[in-house]
Design a protein around this ligand. Sequence first.
Ligand SMILES: C[S@@+](CC[C@H](N)C(=O)[O-])C[C@H]1O[C@@H](n2cnc3c(N)ncnc32)[C@H](O)[C@@H]1O
Length: 345
Amino acid sequence: MHDLVQEYYGKQLTRTEDLRTSACCDASAIPEWLKLLLSNIHEEVLVRYYGCGLVCPAELKGARILDLGCGTGRDVYALSQLVGPEGEVVGVDMTDEQLAIAKQYQPYHAEQFGFDNVRFIKGYIEKLAELDLALGSFDVIVSNCVINLSPDKSAVMQGIYDLLKPGGEFYFSDVYSDRRVPDVVKFDPVLYGECLGGALYWKDFERLAHQTGFADPRLVEDRPLDITDTALLPRIGNIQFFSATYRLFKLDQLETACEDYGQAVIYKGTIANHPNHFMLDKHHFIETGKVYPVCGNTWKMLSDTRFAAHFEFIGDFSRHYGIFEGCGTALPFETATEAGATPCC
Ligand SMILES: C[S@@+](CC[C@H](N)C(=O)[O-])C[C@H]1O[C@@H](n2cnc3c(N)ncnc32)[C@H](O)[C@@H]1O
């Protein structure tokens, strides 16, 4: 599978438009503050963007970030501006052609930004331990439309867990399916290269996250994927595919369900670019200044991470009130009809 993917991204595709699905994001849905950062990135890097979501979480100044399957480096160069000269962004990819372009424009971006805080490494995301990266040394690990392409997702997840600092997070966009993908779809070379064949059934992804130690994966945003190439449609049958962004915190004490301890938080409105609200995930839109009831897990995701200084915390874990209402088990993504005009990012 590695050879097939290297051939697809290194030789067959030369620009975003070559893709045969709507996996890539609609530029109109990108927030203004991010558009500004993207406008500083070289066109040659931008035209080879093959991601499926936005992987720029809030509060990154000074952070150390790892981008898995960085391609030509669009996200690395966007994140580079967000972490600033005190931070660092490391991009890993296995495909020479992708890395060559990423590295070619490193001096250009250093000149544009006024600092050089990025590094690109050739390697396999299943073998992160071989890359000479210190364990527990990253604040945030991101990835954009890559994990589905890996034949050993369990090894990838374990490597990520090991490289994150305690309280760090894996924030990533990828492709998911509403059911397990049969072999006839999985081993179709075009469907695999297009990020559909290797897509994880969403419930299996949750299981894998739990097994790795990420007890409470949080869905940030999602959208149904259109298969724009009619030749591919009959091969897929009734499987529905989604692009989704999840955030997974490395916090030992998280519980497998949202438990109610009568706690609440107040957002101070102090995170850059987020003065009016902070969105932890799709179900937690926290308005500035408002007392916002939370479960024990959400409390820890805010109090034991880089977000702590931006919140006031009310309560403790001394009394348990049962399960926190609204913990769902149905398909978490919005289908095409439900999604309507919802922006993808
Ligand atoms: C769909 S592209 C996404 C690229 C980039 N994240 C972006 O948003 O433009 C997938 C990238 O992941 C890389 N990749 C896929 N599987 C990989 C693996 N097992 N190890 C390292 N890189 C991998 C490919 O070489 C390719 O550059």
